[in-house]
Design a protein around this ligand. Structure first.
Ligand code: 0O2
Ligand code: 0O2
Length: 265
């Protein structure tokens, strides 16, 4: 009987660390109002039952499990558009030899699987500091679009129910829906610039609004209620008109006043 808990704790740590690292890239880019090719990240440690099943399928002996099953630790990076997948891939390749080592890649986007599955897989080796010293483990990074993820999530659950023996009719439907997901990615790619600009504008707008609201609050904190009331009225009027440039100008004016008062404090 293997001590699964003891073994898997290292993999759990790897998943958490990798998630944090890729989330940090996303947060940094968003903070600078830059477009992030990463939409969101999930991660999991393979279930013991799935590890045993895989070991049996590939006739992997008990003591070889950790060196032969490469996806015990797995993170999944979701992107909005297909070309974002290749940007994320570049980010991973830039780290090769630094905090991770790429072992090999599987491009199931160019080489779609028979099932209809599409995603880009990167198998890495990742060092983990344990209570007993450093250990290097395998991890799998799957990179896919939201449409690919939608399809794969549903197909995976159907696979789970039918244990790979999916009825022919459902299999055909899944193939058709894989094609539809592919089509969706193509369509979205066509309007990519439009979507990204709209998202950027939304980010800038919400940043401006929170800066205005915070600075009005700041004026009240430092006892400048008359100015705060005036700016609040201007803000309400500008909000009603909905002119972003006016809101931006108002934001700059309030900031200038707040900075000035704070400089004299
Ligand atoms: P954020 O900053 O909102 O992305 P955790 O350990 O808590 O970070 P956990 O428990 O593994 O993450 O959560 P899970 O269920 O794996 O999901 C990881 C993140 O992906 C969560 O955000 C979810 O909100 C997000 N997520 C899941 N599905 C979708 C989706 O369809 N669209 C979008 N945009 N996000 C999704 P975080 O990590 O809590 O924080
Ligand atoms: P889990 O634990 O449920 O996430 P394998 O298919 O695993 O025997 P290999 O070569 O080790 O063969 O791995 P492969 O096919 O490169 O990648 C394995 C993982 O990719 C799977 O993990 C899935 O997450 C995903 N995947 C691969 N093919 C398909 C597919 O046809 N449909 C779906 N939905 N996902 C797929 P597991 O094994 O499901 O593990």
């Amino acid at each position: 009987m293997r001590q699964w808990k003891k073994i898997l704790i290292t993999y759990e740590q790897a998943v958490e660390e990798l998630k944090v690292k890729f989330k940090a890239i996303r947060s940094e880019l968003r903070l600078m109002n830059e477009y992030s090719p990463i939409e969101f990240i999930t991660g999991r440690v393979k279930r013991v039952s799935s590890i045993i099943e895989k070991a049996k399928k590939y006739e992997i002996a008990d003591h070889e499990i950790e060196e032969k099953i490469e996806d015990i630790a797995g993170i999944r990076i979701m992107c909005q558009f297909v070309d974002d997948i290749y940007k994320v891939l570049e980010l991973i390749r830039e780290r090769d030899g630094k905090d991770l080592k790429i072992q090999y890649e599987k491009d199931y986007i160019k080489n779609q699987k028979e099932s209809g599955y599409r995603s880009y897989h990167v198998i890495i080796k990742y060092p983990i500091q344990t209570a007993f010293g450093q250990k290097e483990i395998f991890a799998e990074i799957q990179i896919r679009t939201l449409a690919m993820n939608f399809w794969a999530t549903i197909e995976h659950s159907i696979n789970y129910k039918y244990k790979k023996n999916i009825p022919k009719k459902i299999k055909e439907r899944l193939k058709k829906s894989a094609e539809a997901a592919h089509q969706l990615d193509e369509e979205m790619w066509q309007i990519r610039d439009e979507v990204i600009n709209a998202q950027k504008l939304f980010e800038v707008k919400s940043d401006t609004v929170s800066s205005v609201v915070n600075n009005i609050q700041m004026l009240r904190v430092i006892g400048k209620d008359v100015e705060a009331d005036q700016f609040q009225k201007e803000f309400d009027d500008t909000w009603d008109i909905g002119n972003f440039m006016e809101l931006k100008k108002l934001g700059d004016r309030i900031k200038y006043i707040v900075d000035k008062y704070q400089a004299f404090e």
